[in-house]
Ligand binder design. Structure first.
Ligand SMILES: *[C@@H]1O[C@H](CO)[C@@H](O)[C@H](O)[C@H]1NC(C)=O
Ligand SMILES: *[C@@H]1O[C@H](CO)[C@@H](O)[C@H](O)[C@H]1NC(C)=O
Length: 267
């Protein structure tokens, strides 16, 4: 009878534990290494605790996400920016510590490979038939000994930039990959306006996350003095051709007249 009673209590408890809502739709959101774990809840009566672990390491509780009622946890300071996958686990807090808390695992997340990279700022400076593109490496939320790290500090040689450009008024686009934050685009038409867009491009990453967001487009101004010289040159050439043609024609005409007058002269 007593055993049965204990069993009854146990079942009742199990039923209670099972009816406690788990975090749902647990997912990562990460931009420039600012990384949050988000989830959805079906009841606001519970609080949640987040624990995380780097591959092969023990679970640790995230200090600012213990018994929180929010459905989001900032894990930026807990995850290292090295190439390593992390898992997280969202536990629904209930009073009874005798049982494993209802919980939901996140998918694995590796900030180095999966954190989105925002659009970069850059300047363009035309120089004769070249343009110098100067890109500012975006800053991340990761600090090392008090210094805020840029994406260059984290990715080092893995960080390239994709530069896409076209001549104003034409549809043909060209892409260039540069491994440096400052680069020259060569072989451009003198004095023409060109438009540029830039995106971070991390060569070691899988295709789906390789490219950061595109920047806003920047265009160089058309150099009207060059255009004016070209037009002036064209006009002068035309005038020259006309003069030469007219001169040649006139001379021929005159020669003909001379010849005619000579041949018609009485012998
Ligand atoms: C990165 O951005 C894409 C497109 O906006 C989004 O679908 C994805 O969830 C983002 N990934 C992370 C980890 O935030
Ligand atoms: C490139 O941009 C950075 C930051 O905007 C600036 O400090 C640097 O002087 C620029 N370099 C050149 C050559 O324009």
């Amino acid at each position: 009878m007593f055993t049965f009673f204990i069993y009854f209590l146990y079942c009742k408890h199990l039923h209670y534990v099972n009816s406690v809502p788990r975090a749902q739709n647990v997912h990562w959101v990460s931009l420039d290494f600012t990384t949050h774990l988000r989830w959805s809840v079906t009841s606001s009566d519970y609080t949640y605790t987040v624990r995380f672990s780097g591959e092969g390491a023990d679970w640790e509780e995230s200090p600012n996400c213990i018994q929180i009622s929010a459905s989001e946890c900032d894990l930026t300071q807990s995850l290292k920016a090295s190439d390593r996958a992390y898992s997280a686990d969202v536990l629904t807090e209930i009073m009874d510590m005798d049982y494993e808390l209802p919980h939901t695992y996140s998918s694995k997340f590796n900030p180095y490979r999966e954190s989105n990279i925002s659009a970069v700022g850059f300047t363009v400076e035309p120089l004769d038939r070249r343009v110098i593109v100067n890109i500012t490496d975006p800053l991340t939320s990761i600090y090392d000994r008090g210094k805020q790290l840029s994406i260059r500090d984290i990715f080092k040689k893995d960080l390239n930039y994709k530069i896409s450009y076209y001549k104003s008024g034409s549809t043909g686009k060209r892409d260039v990959i540069s491994n440096s934050s400052m680069t020259q685009i060569q072989g451009l038409d003198k004095g023409e306006s060109y438009c540029f867009m830039v995106a971070a491009f991390i060569i070691s990453r899988p295709k789906a996350t390789q490219q950061g967001s595109w920047s806003m487009q920047q265009c160089t101004k058309r150099d009207w003095s060059v255009v004016a010289w070209v037009v002036a040159g064209f006009i002068m050439l035309t005038v020259l051709i006309v003069i030469v043609t007219v001169t040649v024609l006139c001379c021929r005409q005159r020669n003909k007249t001379l010849q005619t007058s000579q041949s018609s002269a009485p012998v």
